[in-house]
Design a protein around this ligand. Structure first.
Ligand SMILES: Cc1ncc(COP(=O)(O)O)c(C=O)c1O
Length: 498
C-alpha cells in the first residue's frame, strides 16, 4: 500500500482456511466418560434410519475449533471494532447495559400468552416507553407494534387512509419529496396510493411554492423525511403543515432521523399529524443482521381511534391491560405486541441518558457530522451548502474526473480500517457519499476517518488505479463481485428448484 495510515488495517487472521483443511484423523474436541448405563442396540432401536457413519466431518481439537470460529467471527466489521459511518443507518453503539437489562430472566422469558395479571412488569415497560416517546415527539398517542421503520410507515399510512375514509374520501395521492427515504414511496404504493414526486429546491428542502400548487383535495398526506436524506432540517416545516391542513391533508413525518432532533424540537409542536420512529436507529437497539427492529408510530389525537389494536390501557382497578374493543382500529399489524426486547433496550437507553443526556446525544451526533463535514469539505464536493444535522452528503464529482466513483472510494476506505459510508444514496445526489458518524464516536476516531478520506483523495490524484483496485487488504477482493449474480442465481435455483 502506498499510503500508510495510523489505523490498524491488516487482520492477523485474514488467511483462515476451511475447518476441513485443519482436520486430522483421530483429533477430537471431546472425551466422554465410560458408559455407566446399559448399552443400547441402536440398530435395533432405529432400524433403517440408523446412521452408520457421520461422513466426511472435520476432526479437530478444541483449541482449533475455538480459534477457527473466533477468527471467522472477527472477519465481520462491527461497531465494536470501529466507526461505522453508514449514512441513513445510524449505526451507533448499543450500550451493554441495554443488553444486561433485556436478558433479565423475567423479561427474556416472559411469554406473550401469559395472563395480564402476571405480565404487569412487561406492560409497565410498554406503557412507560410509550409515555417517553410521546413526550419526546410531542404527539398524543402511540403504537409500539410495527417491527421496523418501513412497517411503521405502512401502519401510519393505513391510519391516514382510515382517517380520510372516515371523513368521506380516502383520497388518491401521497406527495413525497425527492429527498425522502426510499421506503416512503414504496410504502405509499403498497397502501394503494399513487405517489407524486416533489422536486427539492436548490437548498435541498421542500419547495413551498411548488407544494402549494401540488396540494389539493386528492392528496391524503405529504410524507416528509425530516431531517431529510441530505441531513437537512426542513426549515419551513410550519408552513408545510399549514399548506397540508388547509386542504384537509395530513403531514406524515418519517422520524427515523429523530436522532438529530430528540430533546431539541418536537414534531408534534411543528404540525406533524403522524410519524414513525426507528428504535433501532435513534434509541440504540442493535441494528443489522436483519433485525429485529421496532418502528413505533406516534399520532395526534384525531388519529388515535385508528391505532392498531390492542393498545395498553390502565384498567379501573389500576392494573394495566390490553384493550381490544376498538371499532375504528386499522387492526393488528404484528403478532402479539411488537418486538418486546427492543422496547426494553430502548427504554433502558432513554432512562440511562435522561432528558439532558438525550439532548446531549443529539448535539453530539450533529457536532460529529459537522466536524467531518468541515474536515473534508473542499476535498470532496458538497452539492448542497445548506447546514446539515446528523449526517452529511458529499458527491464524487471531483474524483470522477479521474474515473474514480463513490463505490471505489468506499472500497478503499476498507483498507484504512473503516466500514464504508453509504454509497449512491440519496438519489438526488449523483455519486453520493453519505456519511453519518453518530454521537458514539470520539474525536480521535473522527480524525482518523478525516485523515483516511483526505489520503484517498490524494491517491485519486496521484495513482487512481490504486483506488480503483481496492480493497487490497481484505480476504475477498473486488474481482469476486462478478461472482455474486451467479451465486444468487444458484441460490434461487436451489431454493425454488427452477
Ligand atoms: C429515514 C429512514 N426512513 C425509513 C427507514 C426504514 O427503516 P427500516 O429499515 O427499519 O424499515 C430508514 C432506515 O434506515 C430510514 O433511514
Amino acid at each position: 500500500m502506498k499510503h500508510m495510515t495510523r489505523k490498524a488495517t491488516r487482520h492477523v487472521n485474514q488467511n483462515e482456511g476451511l475447518i476441513f483443511e485443519k482436520s486430522g484423523a483421530g483429533k477430537a474436541a471431546w472425551k466422554l466418560p465410560p458408559l455407566d448405563v446399559p448399552d443400547v442396540d441402536t440398530g435395533k432401536l432405529l432400524g433403517v434410519t440408523e446412521r452408520k457413519s457421520l461422513g466426511n466431518m472435520p476432526e479437530v481439537s478444541e483449541i482449533e475449533i475455538i480459534r477457527h470460529f473466533t477468527r471467522l467471527s472477527t472477519w465481520n466489521y462491527a461497531i465494536d471494532l470501529g466507526m461505522y459511518p453508514l449514512g441513513s443507518c445510524t449505526m451507533k453503539y448499543n450500550p451493554r447495559v441495554n443488553e444486561v437489562v433485556s436478558r433479565l430472566e423475567g423479561l427474556a422469558n416472559g411469554h406473550p400468552y401469559q395472563p395480564e395479571r402476571i405480565s404487569q412488569g412487561a406492560l409497565r415497560i410498554m406503557k412507560t416507553l410509550s409515555e417517553c416517546l410521546i413526550e419526546i415527539t410531542g404527539m398524543d398517542a402511540i403504537t409500539l407494534q410495527p417491527a421496523a421503520g418501513a412497517h411503521g410507515e405502512l401502519t401510519g399510512l393505513l391510519m391516514v387512509r382510515a382517517f380520510q375514509q372516515a371523513n368521506g374520501n380516502p383520497r388518491k395521492k401521497i406527495l413525497i419529496p425527492d429527498s425522502a427515504h426510499g421506503t416512503n414511496p414504496a410504502t405509499a404504493a403498497m397502501v394503494g396510493y399513487s405517489v407524486e414526486k416533489m422536486t427539492s429546491n436548490a437548498q435541498g428542502m421542500v419547495d413551498v411554492a411548488a407544494l402549494t400548487a401540488q396540494s389539493n383535495e386528492d392528496v391524503a398526506a405529504l410524507m416528509l423525511t425530516n431531517p431529510n436524506t441530505l441531513g437537512i432540517f426542513e426549515q419551513e416545516i410550519h408552513k408545510i403543515a399549514d399548506i397540508m391542513h388547509d386542504k384537509g391533508g395530513l403531514l406524515y413525518m418519517d422520524g427515523a432521523n429523530m436522532n438529530a432532533l430528540v430533546g431539541k424540537v418536537r414534531p408534534g409542536d411543528f404540525g406533524v399529524d403522524v410519524m414513525h420512529l426507528n428504535l433501532h436507529k435513534t434509541f440504540s437497539t442493535p441494528h443489522g443482521g436483519g433485525g429485529p427492529g421496532s418502528g413505533p408510530v406516534a399520532v395526534k389525537q384525531v388519529l388515535e381511534p385508528f391505532l392498531p389494536k390492542p393498545v395498553v390501557i390502565t384498567k379501573c382497578d389500576g392494573t394495566l391491560g390490553f384493550e381490544y374493543d376498538r371499532p375504528h382500529s386499522v387492526g393488528r399489524v404484528r403478532s402479539f405486541y411488537g418486538n418486546f426486547g427492543m422496547f426494553v433496550r430502548a427504554l433502558a437507553y432513554i432512562m440511562a441518558n435522561g432528558p439532558d443526556g438525550l439532548r446531549q446525544t443529539t448535539e453530539d451526533a450533529v457536532l460529529n457530522a459537522n466536524y467531518i463535514r468541515k474536515g473534508i469539505e473542499g476535498v470532496y464536493d458538497l452539492p448542497y451548502a445548506t447546514r446539515t444535522m446528523h449526517e452529511v452528503v458529499f458527491s464524487d464529482k471531483i474524483q470522477a474526473k479521474k474515473g474514480v466513483k463513490t463505490m471505489d472510494i468506499a472500497k478503499r476506505l476498507i483498507d484504512y480500517g473503516f466500514h464504508p459510508y453509504t454509497t449512491a444514496f440519496p438519489l438526488i445526489v449523483p455519486g453520493a457519499l453519505m456519511i453519518e458518524p453518530t454521537e458514539s464516536e470520539p474525536k480521535e476516531e473522527l480524525d482518523l476517518f478525516i485523515e483516511a478520506m483526505k489520503s484517498i483523495a490524494e491517491e485519486v490524484e496521484e495513482d487512481p488505479q490504486l483506488v480503483l483496485d481496492a480493497p487490497h487488504s481484505t480476504r475477498v477482493s473486488r474481482e469476486d463481485q462478478h461472482f455474486w449474480p451467479c451465486v444468487f442465481r444458484l441460490t434461487v435455483t436451489v431454493v425454488t428448484g427452477r
